[in-house]
Design a protein around this ligand. Structure first.
Ligand code: 13P
Length: 333
């Protein structure tokens, strides 16, 4: 019974024309976003901002699920309903970020490993009670002259698989996110090589730790040039190399791949997703789990002012609509 529930949730998250909104910025990250628009980050301002996104008219046409941060899952909307209920009453599935952030990896200068396994079983049980039906854990892998080490890749893959197995035990669909960062002057081929190695390690650990592939989603980076690489690969190359990389590494049993935007502009991320979906049918759904590429315009339009809420909601829905079209390979047609 629950097996099917998890498969149904995974399928619903990548239903046609729909994808995920990542609104799970940690308190530190949302402060950075609010600093950029000169808004103080308080419990109330964070609630107001997220409530604005979740109540935008038509949001459920494009958004299948929202990843929340612990604080948000416990917050109530202005009308007193839990924010998770504001989502689920529209048919949007609430999800939860469960990792505790990337911390320095001992013995590997400059590299990070994601923490949060201690007590995770208990936290997952509570999150289920609070309405979460899927979860996210993000591992961070950076590229430099000396990184990543195989040690860093394997430590993160092991933690991702431990997290995923615990989620499935709790009837929560795990989103497995090994993010190879765009920062740096590396080429697209460097990104390809690291992404391929990381995904191979992740699926090896998922297999060893008995994670059921039909009951999870993968949230990877796109294969793309480093932000400061002098030679920037064009959109066609990004799309082709990204799909090829997954063909080499991601089993067909995985129902969906939902991209992070990772610092790409809204337009870039959308264009790349569109070309990948235009390339034809793939063994997995190719959809989105964007944070910045869905929120950037809404955030600046809002600027923390009540009188801008309607315009910010329109800006958000506009991005949702375009991203949804790209998810179907119909952006710009
Ligand atoms: P971005 O799309 O802004 O990268 O955020 C997605 C996410 O959840 C990163 O963990």
């Amino acid at each position: 019974m629950t097996e099917f529930e998890m498969e149904d949730i995974a399928a619903a998250l990548v239903a046609p024309s729909k994808g995920i909104l990542a609104a799970d910025e940690s308190t530190g990250t949302i402060k950075k976003r609010f600093d950029s628009i000169n808004v103080e980050s308080t419990e109330e301002s964070r609630r107001d901002y997220r409530e604005m996104l979740f109540t935008a008219e038509g949001v459920s046409d494009y958004i299948s699920g929202v990843i929340l941060y612990d604080e948000t899952l416990r917050q109530k909307a202005k009308d007193g309903r839990p924010l998770a209920e504001v989502l689920s009453s529209q048919g949007i599935i609430p999800g939860i970020k469960v990792d505790m952030g990337a911390k320095p990896l001992a013995g590997a200068e400059g590299e990070l490993v994601t923490e949060g396994l201690d007590g995770l079983r208990e936290r997952l049980a509570e999150y289920y009670e609070l309405g979460a039906r899927f979860a996210k854990w993000r591992a961070v892998i950076s590229i430099s002259d000396s990184a990543p080490s195989q040690y860093c890749i394997e430590a993160n893959a092991h933690a991702l698989a431990r997290y995923a197995a615990l989620c499935q035990e709790a009837n929560i669909v795990p989103i497995v996110e090994p993010e190879v960062l765009m920062d740096g002057d590396h080429t697209i081929d460097d990104c390809y090589a690291v992404t391929e190695t990381a995904l191979k390690a992740v699926f090896d650990e998922l297999y060893k730790q008995r994670v059921v592939l039909e009951q999870m989603l993968l949230k990877p980076n796109m294969v793309i040039s480093g932000t400061t690489c002098p030679e920037q690969a064009d959109a066609e190359e990004v799309a082709h190399k990204t799909v090829y990389c997954f063909e080499q590494t991601v089993p067909a049993a995985v129902p969906g791949i939902v991209f992070l935007s990772g610092g790409q502009s809204e337009a870039q991320a959308t264009e790349h997703l569109n070309i990948m979906n235009e390339l034809g049918s793939h063994p997995w759904e190719l959809s989105y789990s964007f944070g910045r590429a869905l929120q950037a315009s809404a955030l600046t339009t809002w600027a923390g002012k009540e009188e801008n809420v309607a315009a910010a909601q329109q800006a958000f829905i506009h991005r949702c609509k375009l991203t949804s079209a790209a998810r179907d390979g119909e952006y710009g047609t």
